[in-house]
Design a protein around this ligand. Structure first.
Ligand SMILES: [Fe+2]
Ligand SMILES: [Fe+2]
Length: 258
């Protein structure tokens, strides 16, 4: 099995910093004072269901277990996944930022909900900014395009009204929830195979699975809230959610590549 090391460095503290760091680190020589070597391993795939979350919260026992780095294929998967996650969370924060003024002005009772969802998205965004900087993954080159598109989407659904704004959330979270589910399934497969081979599951991998699972659950919570707030009453619901879901799928596919 081809092996390689996943080299990590200290994280950036803001998204602005995070976006700069990958490029800066690319030309900087690694210092032994800061570089850790993360040794995670896996091999061929087989179907896996979600593991018991409790088992992932226990620190890995390092005694008597082999440690191996990620394969090139796994590194590629993580590069793509984390880049898309960052772009998606950027879009989510911008959608809520644009929707909040018109929606909360017309429906003040929605202020706590909009703030709660925004705050969670900001937390997700910050988390993936840290991970991109930490693992020297470049953001999508279409970052400015997604910034504009998400703002326009948030603004337009916001002025269309409460139901349209909620339909937007429902559509986005449906796609994002499925997207995160795919990542959780893949990472759990890695974990399962490592455990079956008696290999050490790195703490970073365990933490990543837990974090993506938590974030996915929060996205699905937003979806539920949007449905409760009459997302399905939006007109034209099918067209609106169909276009938004298609746009999300396209954005994910493009951000995986560039
Ligand atoms: Fe999010
Ligand atoms: Fe969300």
């Amino acid at each position: 099995m081809a092996v390689s090391e996943w080299v990590v460095e200290p994280m950036a503290s803001t998204w602005r910093e995070a976006l700069r760091v990958p490029y800066r680190l690319a030309v900087r020589r690694s210092s032994p004072l800061f570089v850790q070597r993360v040794t995670i391993t896996t091999s061929s795939a087989s179907p896996a269901s979600e593991a018991d979350p409790e088992s992932l919260q226990k620190p890995a026992s390092h005694q008597g277990k082999r440690r191996r780095p990620l394969t090139a294929e796994q590194k590629k998967f993580l590069d793509r996944a984390l880049r898309v996650n960052q772009a998606g969370e950027l879009a989510a924060t911008l959608i809520y930022t644009a929707q909040t003024p018109p929606i909360t002005n017309a429906h003040p009772h929605l202020r706590p909900l909009m703030k709660h969802m925004y705050d969670q998205e900001a937390g997700h965004f910050s988390h993936f900014n840290h991970l991109l900087a930490h693992h020297r993954i470049r953001p999508t080159v279409l970052y400015p395009v997604w910034t504009a598109a998400a703002t326009i989407l948030g603004w337009s659904t916001g002025i269309m009204g409460r139901e349209a704004a909620m339909a937007c959330t429902e559509a986005v979270e449906t796609e994002i929830g499925e997207h995160y589910n795919g990542q959780v399934r893949e990472l759990l497969l890695w974990v399962k195979e490592m455990e079956e081979r008696g290999e050490e599951v790195g703490e970073e991998l365990s933490a990543l699975v837990k974090d993506i699972r938590r974030i996915r659950d929060e996205e699905l919570e937003h979806l539920d809230e949007a449905v409760k707030e009459d997302a399905k009453m939006a007109r034209p619901y099918e067209v609106l959610t169909g276009v938004i879901r298609g746009g999300c799928r396209a954005a994910i596919a493009i951000s995986e590549k560039i």
